[in-house]
Design a protein around this ligand. Structure first.
Ligand SMILES: C[S@@+](CC[C@H](N)C(=O)[O-])C[C@H]1O[C@@H](n2cnc3c(N)ncnc32)[C@H](O)[C@@H]1O
Length: 453
């Protein structure tokens, strides 16, 4: 019998490859169904998520150790080889145990021919440790720092390059930490619903700690269990939301506006995390929020979480909704993006995203931000928010929209966003704000603020 932790990890890695599944949805279900808990659950989690994250590095090593090109290796066998190589390179499991356990898994599933092959490949992997393999396989860092760090930190090169571009002058010093942050297990963050509970109360109720920057934020210990099971979350007093998401939402609400301040719009609202925060805040002063979401099932999620707030949900394309143009005091455009800023929360995401996604998304982002600006009233404020630091999605879109707005006759001023992130250090030179996991402990959220004149 294969051991249950490794079997669950292997089944998760396979579901990710075969069905484009999300590891952090598949694995908890398998653990529940198979009643795997305690140390076995911890091991399965480490192996499944770690193998997904490290795939590029593992494949480079396996390719060197296999006498067959990896694309000719059976998919299920490759999954097991990755799992074995992960144990050898990135855990303290003794080499003989890692090899033997993986060979057993392969024999049980694919027979003795495949297990002999796995044994031979993994023995070669075990001849060096991770640092020695990186030294052997990665480009020389003095000639190609990005290529070197991409392999060493198991990130696709294009993503590594996009982090380097976004960090600019700080990249040489900070890029290793920025990449490493994607492999650290993130704390779960909660938002205390304004008007319902304070962060201090929520910290006491949840056993967490008040967040360093968001007045509504609470941090839970990594691995503190499923936050959906917490009473305050079940009772609607709190939502699970990264502190960076809280901060960019709050920045929009903190900009001064002259005159009325009671009609707010969230143009990309599903599944509703920011709509809850906005709806609760606008409601305190008797205002309302219109929440637009194109996907009906995601709009339903927004309805569910904002049920008792002054929020009206509209299933519509934000680029052509029938909501009043020039009618809103504050508009949030939290556009769909590559999600490169939240890779730490999704083990397989870095290998699934493709550079070609960027061009498609930037067009949509530009059109949604243009629509957001059209919906703001003169004097009203617009926030453009993403969970990606990719410059094409962030500054590229901002620059393009400022130019196009002027051409279309909209007088739009970009504001310095930094004063609306009080107490948050290392915010760069402005006018936008880019948060980072390695600097702020948040997802890498981007925020640009505009005023329509
Ligand atoms: C980054 S998510 C928003 C996250 C959300 N604001 C929150 O805090 O929970 C982007 C959302 O925009 C939706 N979307 C995509 N294209 C859209 C469009 N043209 N109009 C409105 N919503 C759109 C997606 O379905 C997705 O739910």
């Amino acid at each position: 019998m294969a051991d249950p932790a490794r079997q669950a990890a292997l089944d998760t890695v396979r579901a990710v490859r075969q069905r484009d599944a999300y590891a952090n949805l598949v694995l908890p279900r398998l653990l529940r169904e198979r009643r795997i808990s305690g140390r076995d659950a911890a091991l399965a989690t480490e192996l499944a998520y770690g193998t997904c994250r490290a795939q590029g590095l593992l494949d480079a090593v396996l390719d060197r150790c296999s006498d067959r090109p990896l694309h000719q290796v059976d998919g299920s066998l490759l999954d097991a080889l990755r799992l074995g190589a992960y144990q050898l390179l990135r855990t303290r499991i003794p080499a003989h145990a890692a090899v033997a356990a993986t060979v057993d898994l392969v024999r049980g599933e694919l027979g003795s021919g495949a297990s002999g092959f796995a044994n031979a490949v993994l023995r070669r992997v075990a001849e060096r440790d991770e640092a020695e393999w990186v030294a052997e396989l990665a480009p020389d860092p003095t000639e190609d720092l990005v290529g070197h760090l991409a392999l060493a930190h198991a990130h696709p090169r294009w993503i590594t390059q996009s982090f380097a571009d976004a960090l600019g002058g700080a990249a040489r010093e900070e890029l290793p930490a920025a990449l490493a942050a994607d492999d650290a297990r993130p704390a779960v963050h909660l938002t205390a619903r304004p008007g319902a509970v304070t962060a201090e109360e929520l910290a006491l109720m949840s056993g967490g700690e008040e967040a360093p920057y968001s007045p509504y934020g609470v941090h839970l210990e990594p691995g503190a269990g499923d936050p959906a099971d917490l009473d305050p979350v079940r009772e609607g007093l709190a939502t699970v939301q990264d502190e960076g998401s809280q901060l960019v939402t709050l920045a929009l609400t903190r900009v001064e506006v002259a005159g009325a301040d009671e009609r707010w719009l969230d143009l990309c609202a599903g599944p509703g995390g920011k709509a809850v925060l906005l709806g609760a805040l606008v409601g305190i002063n008797g205002g309302t929020l219109d929440a637009v979401e194109r996907a009906a099932h995601r709009a339903e999620l927004v309805r569910k979480v904002t049920g008792d707030l002054p929020v009206t949900v509209h299933v519509a394309d934000g680029r052509e909704s029938r909501l009043p143009e020039g009618g809103y005091d504050r508009v949030l455009v939290d556009a769909p993006c590559t999600g490169l800023g939240a890779l730490r929360r999704r083990p397989e995401a870095r290998w699934r995203r493709q550079p070609s996604d960027v061009a498609e998304l930037t067009k949509l982002q530009r059109e949604l931000l243009m629509a957001g600006i059209r919906h703001a009233r003169p004097g009203g404020v617009v926030a453009y928010v993403l969970c990606s630091p990719h410059l094409s999605e962030t500054l590229g879109v901002v620059t393009d929209v400022v130019r196009r707005s002027a051409k279309a006759g909209f007088d739009v001023e970009q504001l310095d966003a930094r004063p609306y992130f009080p107490g948050v250090p290392e915010l760069g030179d402005g006018a936008h704000v880019q948060l980072w996991p390695h600097r702020h402990g948040t997802d890498a959220m981007f925020c640009a603020l505009f005023r329509r004149r």
